[in-house]
Design a protein around this ligand. Structure first.
Ligand code: ADP
Ligand code: MG
Ligand code: MG
Length: 880
C-alpha cells in the first residue's frame, strides 16, 4: 500500500481533503503546490504509518523504506542536488503535522543532511561559509534537542561562551569561524551527553528524525493538548520531509509568519511579522524583534517587508488573495524568501478570537467569498459567549503598571501567580488568576487554560502565549518588556512598583495595558456585525429562544439579547427578599390554614408587583411561570442562632420553630415534599400565586393594551390527577379575578416534564395540560438516579474514563433522557397535535442540546440571559 505522498515540482499525490491521511500541513502543502503556489518539493509519510508504528512495537511497514527512497530521489531531481552529496548537498526539513494543528507540540528539524563533509559543500556551493556553518550549528541544535532530547540550555551556553570570548552581543556579529567553533563545541557536548558521536550519515539522521516525530505524538505535552481539545490519540501524526529553502543566506533573504486578516480584530489587513536573514522559528523565538509586513502598520524605526523587499512582498500579497479565494477562509501562513524569491511553507485556517471570527464571517459573506448560511456556521456559538462579556469601563479609575502587546483581547482581573501548576490549583479553588510568565511554552497550557488572563514579558504577537491565548479566548498581554519577573522572589516589578504573588492585577488584552488592582468593567456592544449575524441566524432558525428570568434586570438583559419571552420564571427566588422572607416563614410556621392565608395575603402584593414588572418588559410575549417548587424547609433558618434570631423577629416561640424545622426536614428532599405535592397539601399557596399572576396580567393588559399570555407551569407532576387538581385551583382563581376586574386575559396551564413517569404517561397528562416544558435538570437526576448536588464526587471520573461521553447536566444525554423527551413528545402530541413544547434548565443554552431539541421538534429553548445569543446562533446552525 501507499505510505508516502509526494508534493511540489509538478507532482502532487495529495490535496486539502486528505487531511486525515496526510495531516493538515501535508495536505495543504500539496494543495498549495497544485494551485500553482511556490512550494519547495517534498513528501508526506501518512498518519497511517504512525498508527502502524504504535500497533507494531514501534516499527515501520516493510515497504516504507523504498517508498521514502523513491520520493527522496524525486526531490533530488527537482532541486538538482543530492542528499549527502559532498559538493552540492540536498538539505531537508523534517516536520510533523497532525490532522488538526497542535501548536508547538512537535518540533521541526531543519537543515537535515549536513555533516562535516556536506557543510563544506554547502559553503562552496553557496559561496557563503558563514551561512553554511550557521546552518550546521542550527541543525545540530535542533536535532540535538528534538531527536536526542538534550536540554536546549546546553546549546545556548556554548553560543554564549563563544560570544563572550568574541565580545559579541548579537548572533549576527559572529563569523563563519565563530560558528565553526560553536559546531565543535556542540559536537563535543553531544558526544559527552549521549556517549556517541553526532550522527554523520544523512540517512541515519533522516530516519532518526522521522522516528522522533512519531515518538513525539505520545509525549506528555502532546497528550495534554489532545486531552484539552478532545483529540483522539489514534489519529496519529504525519511526517513531512521537504527540500530546504534558506531565509538565512543574507540580506535578500527572510522568513515570516502572517495572517491574511488580523486574528485579534478580524480587520481585513495583511497582518504578520518577518525577519531578514533568519530561519525557521527565529520570528517567534523572540531573539530578534520581528518587523511588520505592511508599511501602513510600521512604526517609526521599523522596516516593513513592503519597504525592504517590495518584489517578494508584492508576490505575497497576490498569494494572500489566491489563498483566501481558494480556501474561503482566513489563512495563517508561513513563508521564506531566499534571494528575493518567495516560497510558501505552510497554510492553514487561522486561529482567531471570537471577535475576529464574527467579523471575518460577516465580512466574507459581504465580500461574496461565502454565503450567509456559511457565515452562520463559521462562528462557534460558545465563542460568541466571550463577546457578550464585559470589557474595561473607559471611565473607571485605574492605576497603570505597564504596557505590553495587545495579544488577545478582552479584560480580566485576578491574582498574580507565576506558574501553571499554581494557576491550576488556585483556579480549582474558585479564584480568578492571572498567569504571569517570562514566556510560555506548551508545558504551561493547563495553567493558561485555568487562568482568566495571561501576561508575558517576552515574545511577540505570534509568540506561543499570544497564539494559544487567542485560541482559548483568554485575554493576553504579551512581550511586556517593561515588566521584570522574579520567579524566585514570586514578584513582578515595573517602574519601581512591585506586585507580589497573590495580589490583584487587571489586563486589557485589547490595548496591552496592565493595571494594579481591579478595574470596573462594562457591558459589551451588541450592534454592528453581532447584530448582523444574529439577524441572519434569526432568518433561518425554527426554534424560538426564551430566557430563564425572575428579576426585571435579567428579563431586560435577555430582551436586549433577543429573548422571545420567558421560558422559566422560578417563583421561589422571589421569596428570599428580606422584605418578604418574614411573611414566608410565618406562612410556614403557622399551624392553621387561616394563619397561612393571612401570611400569604401579605406576600400577594409583592408577588403581584414582580409579575407586573416582568409582564411589562415582556409585553405581548409568552411568560412561563412555575409555581412554588422547593420543599418548604429551604426557607427556614438552620442553625440554632439563626432560628433564635428569626423567632424573635416573628414574635414566635423558639422551641416551636425548632420543632417545625424538625418536622419539615426530609431524608431526601429532592424526591420529597415539593412541587405539585406542596400545592396539593397547601392549596392556598398556589392560589395566592395564581391570583398575583392574573391580577398583574389584567393590570398590564389595561395599562399597555398588549395582554401578556401567562403560561402557568405546575412542577414535578407524575400523574394526570395531580395536574387536574392543581389546574382546577388555577382556573378557579382566574374566574374570580376576571369577575372582579371585568377583564379577561388568555392563559395556559401546563406542566414541567421532569419525572420519567410523567414522560411515560404524557398522553394522559396532555389531556389536561396545555403545554410541556422539559425540566431536564431534574429529568436527568431522576432518569439517572443521580443527585446533581452529589455528582461532583464521581461524575468527573465517569467522564474521564469515558463511561459517560459528557457531563449529562451540561449536555443532554440523548439516549436516555433524550429518549424520554421524544416519548413524551410523541404521546403528548398524539392527544394534542399543537401541544407547545419547550426545554428549560442548563441544557437550553448548550449548543449540543439545542441541536437535539431541533431534531426532536420542540418549539423553543429557554436559557439564562447571557446564553440567549448563543442559543439563537446554535438554533440557526441546527436548522441548517
Ligand atoms: P510548526 O508546526 O511548529 O509550525 P513547521 O513544520 O511549520 O513547524 O516548521 C517551523 C518553521 O520551520 C517553518 O515556519 C519554517 O519557517 C521552517 N521550515 C520548515 N520547513 C522548511 C523548509 N523546507 N525550508 C525552510 N524553512 C522551513
Ligand atoms: Mg513549532
Ligand atoms: Mg509551521
Amino acid at each position: 500500500s501507499k505510505w508516502v505522498y509526494s508534493f511540489g515540482a509538478g507532482h502532487n499525490d495529495g490535496k486539502a481533503e486528505m487531511r486525515n491521511l496526510l495531516g493538515g500541513k501535508g495536505a495543504n502543502l500539496a494543495e498549495m503546490a497544485s494551485i500553482g503556489l511556490p512550494v519547495p518539493p517534498g513528501f508526506t509519510i501518512t498518519t497511517e504509518v504512525c498508527t502502524y508504528y504504535y500497533d507494531h512495537g514501534k516499527s515501520y511497514p516493510p515497504e516504507l523504506k523504498d517508498q521514502v527512497g523513491t520520493a527522496l530521489r524525486r526531490i533530488e531531481e527537482a532541486v538538482g542536488t543530492r542528499f549527502g552529496d559532498t559538493h552540492k548537498p540536498l538539505l531537508v526539513s523534517v516536520r510533523s503535522g497532525a490532522r488538526v494543528s497542535m501548536p508547538g507540540m512537535m518540533d521541526t528539524v531543519l537543515n537535515l543532511g549536513l555533516n562535516d563533509q556536506t557543510v563544506d559543500g554547502l559553503a562552496t556551493a553557496s559561496g557563503d561559509p558563514r551561512f553554511a556553518w550557521d546552518s550546521y550549528r542550527r541543525f545540530i541544535q535542533m536535532f540535538g534537542s528534538v531527536v536526542l532530547g538534550i536540554d536546549h540550555h546546553r546549546f545556548e551556553e556554548i553560543i554564549e561562551h563563544v560570544k563572550l570570548e568574541r565580545g559579541a552581543v548579537e548572533d549576527t556579529q559572529l563569523t563563519a569561524q565563530d560558528w565553526q567553533r560553536v559546531v565543535d563545541g556542540y559536537k563535543e557536548m553531544v558526544a559527552e551527553v549521549t556517549g556517541k558521536p553526532f550522527p554523520q550519515d544523512p540517512q541515519d539522521q533522516l530516519w532518526a528524525a522521522i522516528g522522533a516525530v512519531f515518538g513525539s505524538w505520545m509525549n506528555p505535552r502532546a497528550n495534554t493538548y489532545r486531552r484539552l481539545h478532545d483529540i483522539p490519540a489514534d489519529w496519529g501524526t504525519a511526517v513531512n520531509v521537504q527540500a530546504m529553502v534558506f531565509g538565512n543566506m543574507g540580506e535578500d533573504c527572510a522568513t515570516g509568519v502572517c495572517f491574511t486578516r488580523d486574528p485579534s480584530t478580524g480587520e481585513n489587513i495583511f497582518y504578520g511579522e518577518y525577519l531578514i536573514n533568519a530561519q525557521g522559528e527565529d520570528v517567534v523565538a523572540g531573539i530578534r524583534t520581528p518587523q511588520p509586513m505592511s508599511e501602513a502598520r510600521a512604526k517609526p524605526g521599523e522596516r516593513s517587508m513592503e519597504a525592504a523587499m517590495p518584489g517578494a512582498y508584492k508576490e505575497l500579497v497576490e498569494v494572500r488573495a489566491t489563498l483566501e479565494k481558494h480556501y474561503t477562509d482566513m489563512q495563517d501562513i508561513e513563508f521564506t524568501v531566499q534571494q528575493n524569491k518567495l516560497y510558501m511553507l505552510q497554510t492553514r485556517n487561522g486561529k482567531r478570537t471570537a471577535a475576529a471570527s464574527l467579523k471575518i464571517a460577516v465580512d466574507m459573506a459581504r465580500e461574496g467569498l461565502i454565503d450567509e448560511s456559511e457565515a452562520i456556521k463559521r462562528v462557534n456559538p460558545a465563542a460568541l459567549d466571550q463577546l457578550l462579556h464585559p470589557t474595561l469601563d473607559p471611565k473607571a479609575p485605574r492605576k497603570l503598571l505597564s504596557k505590553g502587546l495587545p495579544a488577545s483581547p478582552g479584560a480580566a482581573s485576578g491574582i498574580v501567580v507565576f506558574s501553571a501548576d499554581e494557576a491550576e490549583a488556585r483556579a480549582a479553588k474558585g479564584e480568578s488568576v492571572i498567569l504571569v510568565r517570562i514566556e510560555t511554552s506548551p508545558e504551561d497550557i493547563h495553567g493558561m487554560h485555568a487562568a482568566k488572563g495571561i501576561l508575558t514579558t517576552r515574545g511577540g504577537m505570534t509568540s506561543h502565549a499570544a497564539v494559544v491565548a487567542r485560541g482559548m479566548g483568554r485575554p493576553c498581554v504579551a512581550g511586556a518588556g517593561g515588566v521584570t519577573v522574579d520567579y524566585g522572589a514570586q514578584a513582578l516589578s515595573a517602574g519601581g512598583q512591585i506586585v507580589r504573588a497573590g495580589e490583584t492585577i487587571t489586563l486589557d488584552g485589547a490595548t496591552g495595558e496592565i493595571f494594579i488592582g481591579s478595574v470596573a468593567m462594562v457591558e459589551p456592544q451588541l450592534s454592528g456585525d453581532f447584530a448582523t449575524l444574529m439577524e441572519w441566524a434569526d432568518k433561518v432558525r425554527r426554534l424560538k429562544v426564551r430566557t430563564n428570568a425572575e428579576t426585571p434586570l435579567d428579563a431586560d438583559t435577555a430582551r436586549k439579547f433577543g429573548a422571545e419571552g420567558i421560558g422559566l420564571c422560578r417563583t421561589e427566588h422571589m421569596f428570599f427578599d428580606p422584605e418578604r422572607i418574614g411573611a414566608v416563614r410565618q406562612m410556614i410556621m403557622s399551624e392553621t390554614e387561616g394563619g397561612r392565608r393571612e401570611a400569604l395575603s401579605r406576600l400577594l402584593p409583592f408577588q403581584r408587583q414582580d409579575f407586573v414588572e416582568l409582564f411589562r418588559i415582556m409585553a405581548g410575549l409568552p411568560v412561563t411561570i412555575r409555581l412554588l417548587d422547593p420543599p418548604l424547609h429551604e426557607f427556614l433558618p438552620h442553625s440554632d442562632a439563626e432560628i433564635a434570631e428569626v423567632a424573635e423577629s416573628l414574635g414566635a416561640d423558639v422551641v416551636a420553630m425548632q420543632r417545625r424545622a424538625q418536622e419539615l426536614s426530609e431524608a431526601n428532599p429532592m424526591l420529597g415534599h415539593r412541587g405539585c405535592r406542596l400545592g396539593i397539601s397547601f392549596p392556598e399557596i398556589y392560589e395566592m400565586q395564581a391570583r398575583a399572576i392574573f391580577e398583574a396580567a389584567v393590570a398590564i393588559a389595561k395599562e399597555t393594551g398588549k395582554a401578556p399570555v401567562p403560561e402557568i407551569m405546575i412542577p414535578l407532576v407524575a400523574t394526570r390527577r395531580e395536574l387536574e387538581i392543581t389546574k382546577a385551583q388555577v382556573d378557579k382563581v382566574a374566574q374570580e379575578v376576571f369577575g372582579e376586574t371585568g377583564h379577561r386575559v388568555e392563559y395556559l396551564v401546563g406542566t414541567m416534564i421532569e419525572l420519567p413517569r410523567a414522560a411515560l404517561v404524557a398522553d394522559r397528562i396532555a389531556e389536561v395540560g396545555d403545554f410541556f416544558s422539559f425540566g431536564t435538570n431534574d429529568l436527568t437526576q431522576t432518569t439517572f438516579g443521580l443527585s446533581r448536588d452529589d455528582a461532583g464526587k464521581f461524575l468527573p471520573l465517569y467522564v474521564e474514563k469515558g463511561i459517560l461521553p459528557k457531563d449529562p447536566f451540561v449536555s443532554i444525554d440523548p439516549d436516555g433522557v433524550g429518549a424520554l423527551v421524544k416519548i413524551a413528545k410523541e404521546k403528548g402530541r398524539s392527544v394534542k397535535p399543537d401541544l407547545k413544547l419547550g426545554i428549560c434548565g442548563e441544557h437550553g443554552g448548550d449548543p449540543f442540546s439545542i441541536a437535539f431539541c431541533e431534531e426532536a421538534g420542540l418549539d423553543y429553548v429557554s436559557c439564562s440571559p447571557y446564553r440567549v445569543p448563543v442559543a439563537r446562533l446554535a438554533a440557526a446552525q441546527a436548522a441548517l
